[in-house]
Design a protein around this ligand. Structure first.
Ligand code: PLP
Length: 259
């Protein structure tokens, strides 16, 4: 056994979803599929099924710091993925954790709602993310409803939200899965001026954990050293396949098949 050919380690700061569709389980599965090792640090517990969220509880700050520092002191972290944080205090906790990981790629999935629409954090959490987390992140991956909250533009188009958010973040991927059109438009905006449109066919149904799958895969690709645009393309392609192969084990949304 040696360290020379270890898989990249991705630190995941996310919530737990007992349905197994989203949250840390989604992160672990997606990262395994990318040939990465997931180091799951729990930020919040949720009560939910594949239909919607019933309740959630954010962990104590001290517990999250202790988990993350134990991992950071031990493992070579190649990338960090953020999922549900749940409170403004947890946003600040993550900022503190990232001070120990200078230069490590950070993917921020600004989770504020579950796929079924239930809240997983107040809009204030989104504003704190925008002000304090996006500036230290490599890329954020909001869907259009989340981008509208972050940008405080309730009716904004993806372009309008991007214009408002790019001063805060280097790369912004606004996903289009929540729309109605036959084609899904996923738009990557870069502060340097680049704009890429990744289009894919809309699949029937709605999915639980698609955003988690995308953001973790992206963190995994960045952890492998892939450049941002190529990593976004790989992550979108993989996520689309997990949705195409999704299963419907419950009474609600489909669960992506990641492995
Ligand atoms: N993180 C947790 C813990 C969740 O429970 C959920 C949704 O239920 C999400 C993230 C976001 O899920 P999605 O990828 O469907 O946006």
């Amino acid at each position: 056994m040696n360290n020379f050919n270890s898989r990249p380690v991705v630190l995941c700061l996310s919530g737990h979803d007992p349905s197994g569709g989203a949250g840390l389980q989604a992160d672990i599965e997606a990262l395994l599929a990318q040939g990465c090792h997931a180091a799951p640090t729990l930020t919040a517990l949720t009560v939910q099924d594949t239909r919607d969220v019933v309740d959630f509880r954010v962990l104590d700050r001290a517990w999250v710091l202790a988990q993350a520092y134990a991992v950071i002191d031990d493992l070579p972290i190649a990338a960090v993925k953020l999922g549900m944080l749940g409170s403004v205090e947890m946003v600040d906790t993550v900022v503190q954790i990232m001070q120990r990981l200078p230069g490590v790629p950070l993917v921020c999935d600004p989770v504020l709602r579950a796929g079924g629409g239930g809240a997983l954090g107040k809009d204030d959490v989104g504003y704190a993310m925008r002000e304090r987390l996006l500036p230290i992140a490599t890329i954020a991956t909001p869907n259009l409803p989340e981008a509208r909250i972050l940008a405080e533009l309730p009716e904004g188009t993806a372009d309008e939200c991007a214009e408002k958010l790019l001063p805060f973040i280097e790369h912004l991927l606004i996903t289009g899965g929540h729309g109605e059109e036959q084609q899904v438009h996923n738009r990557l905006y870069s502060r340097q001026g680049g704009h890429h449109d990744f289009t894919c066919a809309r699949l029937p149904g709605s999915y639980h954990g698609s955003g988690c799958t995308l953001a973790s895969t992206l963190a995994g690709r960045l952890g492998h050293g892939e450049p941002v645009i190529s990593a976004v393309r790989s992550a979108l392609d993989y996520t689309w396949r997990t949705l195409r192969d999704a299963e419907a084990p419950g009474r609600g949304q489909y669960i992506p098949r990641r492995l």
